[in-house]
Design a binder for this molecule. Structure first.
Ligand SMILES: Nc1ncnc2c1ncn2[C@@H]1O[C@H](COP(=O)(O)OP(=O)(O)O)[C@@H](O)[C@H]1O
Ligand SMILES: [Mg+2]
Length: 250
């Protein structure tokens, strides 16, 4: 299988604080890969950098909020360099971020939120995609005219994944899908993420819940302080006592 997405030597600094420290990883086409690590390890920063949001912060905020931002390294998708592209161009290439806790447009209805995902597509294609999303997440259909601010945590995550599917993604970057969810909702989300992979979408997801991630993914990376410190199948990583005890808390 060829490399689909390749991150090489990616570094992000806020002022002199190193948040990503020469991080490298790759995801093959069709794979579901997880990135596990504790709070503050740099997971969201990585996904934000890959989807152009760190560059946006860098160019737009120019240090007004977080101080000087430095972004270095390479993110290639199907051989093409993304690191200097604006976020909307990265999204148009099919690399779609599902942010932590979904972050829907709270005042808009569920259906309006979904339609945002397909703004650039033909109406007919958008309608077909909406049907597919409703088939995958019947709860979103049930709540289609409800404003998104009233959804539960699990429903928001599903809405975010649904919205990304509206735009026919090639790769989904899902940031901590299971965070804050009750066990039953987690189980159902787990199955839906499997279904999305079954639709041919490549997935890179981050998690603090190691079991959730390891049960889903065929390959995993462990991140600590902005660096990848281990890589392997779930079995391989669990068999390594040092990794298990020091980094996975198991
Ligand atoms: N805008 C920012 N300005 C300064 N520091 C930040 C900013 N965003 C994140 N950080 C710092 O970067 C580190 C990694 O954060 P983050 O990527 O959100 O970790 P994770 O998603 O793994 O919990 C944390 O120490 C956090 O405090
Ligand atoms: Mg995070």
């Amino acid at each position: 299988m060829s490399l689909y997405l390749e991150v090489k030597n990616l570094s992000v600094l806020y002022d002199r604080a190193i948040v990503l420290n020469g991080l490298s990883l790759h995801v093959n086409s069709g794979e579901l890969v997880s990135l596990v690590g504790p709070n503050g390890a740099g997971k969201s920063t990585l996904l934000n950098a890959m989807s152009g949001l760190i560059k946006w912060q860098h160019d737009t905020l120019k240090g007004t909020v977080s101080g000087k931002i430095t972004l270095n390294g390479s993110v290639k998708f199907d051989g093409a360099e993304l690191i200097n592209l604006p976020a909307h161009e990265i999204a148009r290439k099919g690399i779609i971020l599902c942010p932590e806790r979904g972050r829907p447009f709270r005042e808009m209805t569920v259906q309006e939120n979904l339609e945002v995902g397909a703004l650039f597509l033909d109406k007919k294609v958008a309608d077909d995609n909406l049907e597919k999303v409703y088939a995958l997440f019947p709860v979103l259909k049930k709540r289609s005219s409800q404003v998104a601010g009233t959804l539960s945590g699990g429903e928001r995550t599903m809405l975010s994944i649904g919205r990304s599917l509206m735009s026919e993604p090639k790769i989904l970057l899902i940031d901590e899908p299971s965070v804050g969810l009750a066990p039953l909702i987690k189980d159902s989300l787990f199955e839906r993420i499997r279904d999305v992979q079954g639709m041919g979408v490549t997935i890179l997801l981050t998690e603090q819940d190691v079991s959730f991630a390891f049960d889903l993914a065929s390959r995993n990376y462990v991140i600590s302080r902005g660096k990848i410190i281990a890589e392997g199948t779930s079995q391989e990583l669990l068999a390594n006592e040092l990794i298990r005890e020091t980094y996975l808390g198991l």
